[in-house]
Design a protein around this ligand. Structure first.
Ligand SMILES: Nc1ncnc2c1ncn2[C@@H]1O[C@H](COP(=O)(O)OP(=O)(O)O)[C@@H](O)[C@H]1O
Ligand SMILES: [Mg+2]
Length: 282
């Protein structure tokens, strides 16, 4: 295993497309493939990733949890770790399904503005990268970042640190042109940050190929992203939400339904291909 972890940011400038679900399921699939996986929830104070693993109640009881994910972005972080070597360990909790998790914290809310006050763009965007390289990545094979569904300074830190994007997309009411929009957004981000960011995987979520709209949607992405499209689409399954409400992924279901089994298989295949692409063997 390489000493520096592979990294991917799960990102799309849009909410409700399946980012958190993909982060959790790809993470567990990768763990089952034998990798040491860390998930980082940067997606907002609501703590969806911890909820996905049934951990939010525990995380929240500890109201003044400190250090937390926001701490690693602060000017004082390096001083804190020097004084408190256990600070890094204190950030991480096991999900119970294999991967480790650095959960979100309510203070993520104010972090975007704090970062916005830093004048030098490099300083503003490289804080997560510094944290991952300096303090955490030796312990893991793969780090997946669950990013906000907007182009905030926090999202930029995630993109800067990972340089590789997994973009879940799902057909919605304004679906036409989503593929083109995604391409445009990534171009803007590349220009603004002046870093190379590669779209390694477009993950199609809940596309119904039997409908005309679903078919057109699929074709749009096949044309625009012949190399990035995930090999298997994620089928729709009621069990995704059922499992989430029970605080787990589909992988934890004792008797998965047929739709759940299909989604599980899709995540497993796509996770494997993701690793290959991150290693550059595409
Ligand atoms: N394959 C799927 N089948 C059915 N529901 C899904 C599937 N993937 C995601 N969902 C549901 O879609 C909603 C949005 O997903 P989520 O991962 O929270 O999106 P995001 O993080 O992009 O906001 C959630 O309620 C989730 O349970
Ligand atoms: Mg989310």
């Amino acid at each position: 295993m390489p000493s520096s972890a592979l990294r991917a940011a799960v990102f799309l400038d849009k909410g409700g497309v399946g980012k958190t679900t993909a982060t959790a399921h790809l993470g567990v699939a990768l763990d089952r493939h034998g990798h040491d996986v860390l998930l980082v929830d940067l997606a907002g104070k609501q703590g969806d990733l911890a909820k996905h693993f049934g951990l939010w109640a525990d995380v929240q009881t500890d109201d003044d949890r400190w250090p937390n994910i926001t701490t690693v972005f602060q000017d004082e972080w390096e001083t804190i770790v020097k004084k408190l070597p256990a600070a890094v360990e204190d950030l991480v909790i096991p999900t119970g399904e294999g991967p480790d998790l650095i959960p979100a914290h309510e203070s993520l809310d104010g972090l975007d503005a704090t970062l916005g006050n830093i004048d030098d763009p490099e300083e503003r965007y490289n804080r997560l990268e510094k944290f991952l390289s300096g303090y955490i990545e030796d312990d893991y094979d793969i780090i997946l970042l669950d990013l906000p569904g907007s182009t905030s300074n926090i999202a930029y830190n995630g993109l800067w640190a990972a340089k590789h994007v997994v973009a879940p997309v799902r057909p919605g009411p304004f679906e036409a042109g989503q593929a083109t929009q995604l391409r445009r957004d990534l171009k803007t981000i590349r220009n603004e940050q002046d870093v190379a960011i590669e779209l390694v995987m477009v993950l199609l979520n809940e596309v119904d190929e039997r409908t005309k709209a679903g078919k057109a949607y699929l074709e749009e992405f096949q044309t625009e992203y012949p190399d990035s499209l995930a090999p298997v689409q994620i089928s729709s399954s009621q069990d995704v939400q059922n499992a989430q409400m029970d605080g787990g992924t589909l992988f934890g279901l004792g008797r998965p339904s047929q739709t759940a089994a299909r989604a599980i298989e899709a995540y497993e295949t796509d996770a494997q291909v993701l690793v290959e692409r991150l290693r550059g063997g595409r």
